[in-house]
Design a binder for this molecule. Structure first.
Ligand code: ZN
Length: 136
């Protein structure tokens, strides 16, 4: 059901500044986009099969703003990819794993996403995601 690590989400204070670091490493940044529902600005940086997802808060009540306030910049979540998100969520829930999102929501990059509650995961925020049709 879960196929691979899809991306690693990293909370940053300033996306433009953070992006410069990745450019210095020789990596290419895909288009930035704003995800209104999560109050974040997102940049994806492909690295082999995995992408780095940089997240900057667009408002003070964004989950990313709260995360940075508490813990500072750094790894925010790890996303596991599946090609069928809804059945995967049902399976996960049937194992008594607590979900933050029982119903998928729309994430960046044409993805349907849902988070598992860190209470159930020994401290890691895991996102489950399904890529919808690829943008070209
Ligand atoms: Zn993510």
């Amino acid at each position: 059901m879960l196929k691979k690590i899809n991306h690693i989400g990293i909370a940053v204070k300033d996306l433009d500044v953070a992006v410069e670091f990745y450019k210095k490493l020789g990596l290419k940044v895909e288009a930035c986009e704003i995800v209104e529902s999560q109050k974040v600005k997102v940049a994806f940086i492909p690295l082999g099969e995995v992408r780095i997802e940089l997240l900057e808060a667009t408002s003070d009540d964004s989950p990313i703003a709260k995360f940075i306030e508490k813990k500072g910049e750094g790894v925010h979540h790890i996303a596991m990819g599946t090609d069928k998100l809804i059945p995967t969520l049902k399976d996960v829930e049937s194992q008594n794993i607590h979900l933050i999102d029982r119903v998928p929501r729309k994430g960046a990059h044409n993805m349907e996403i849902a988070f598992i509650h860190p209470k159930s995961t020994h401290g890691v925020l895991f996102e489950l995601c399904e890529e919808k049709e690829k943008k070209t």
